[in-house]
Design a protein around this ligand. Structure first.
Ligand SMILES: [Zn+2]
Length: 221
């Protein structure tokens, strides 16, 4: 897992404290142990052997004369079924995990990250960077409350969905794409390229403005 974590961190502008579970979802990479099970089962399937690994198994292709086309079709069907089973296991694991719960709020389906390309929204992991709750945990500020004094906890949810400072930017976005919530925003982004671009533009404006304000206040403190 440490090897996979190191590689996943290289795939985006992620904070070093992002959990491995959240990194897997944000990059769309199957957890390494499931990837190993997949590779091993397909290896044995091609050699006509049946093994059981991690609760998964694949029946070998039938013996005797079967056409090449049928063999290829059957192999692909078995691969598809295995992939579905492994993705289901990943989804269930992600739902039950205690790690990466801020990311979970935005991406409750582990496989949704596979449809997201790196952007300000996805690579600046929710819960990090410009949020005082994170800076407080890192010992960089003495207080996790919002610098705009409207909440005693400043995180991604507060900044993007609630903070008074960004009301006009948020209202403008909601006039264009409808009401946004942590639960529906990824679905809206994936529904149309225009929605995607508008949400990304909103996130950029908010993060850039927030960073400037934070830097200024840290300079004065
Ligand atoms: Zn605020």
């Amino acid at each position: 897992m440490a090897i996979q974590r190191a590689m996943l961190l290289l795939m985006g502008n992620f904070s070093r404290t992002t959990s491995t579970e959240a990194l897997q979802v944000l990059t769309g990479c199957l957890p390494l142990d499931l990837e190993v099970v997949r590779s091993a089962l397909l290896y044995f399937l091609r050699r006509g052997k049946t093994v059981s690994l991690g609760g998964h198994s694949l029946e070998p292709l039938p013996e005797g004369e079967i056409g090449n086309d049928f063999r290829i079709w059957l192999l692909n069907e078995k691969k598809k079924q295995l992939d579905q089973d492994l993705l289901l296991q990943w989804k269930s694991r992600w739902s039950c995990s205690q790690k990466g719960r801020t990311t979970y709020r935005f991406l409750p389906d582990a496989t949704m990250g596979r449809r997201i390309v790196p952007t300000d929204f996805s690579t600046r992991s929710p819960g990090h960077g410009c949020f005082t709750s994170y800076l407080y945990r890192m010992g960089k500020v003495g207080d996790p409350s919002c610098i705009f004094r409207d909440s005693n906890l400043d995180d991604a949810h507060h900044t993007f969905f609630l903070c008074d400072r960004w009301v006009s930017e948020r209202e403008r976005l909601e006039q264009e794409i409808g009401r946004i919530t942590p639960e529906n925003i990824v679905g809206i982004m994936l529904s149309h390229k225009d929605c995607w671009d508008r949400v990304v533009a909103f996130c950029r404006v908010v993060l850039r403005g927030k960073k400037q304000e934070l830097d200024f206040r840290l300079l004065l403190s």
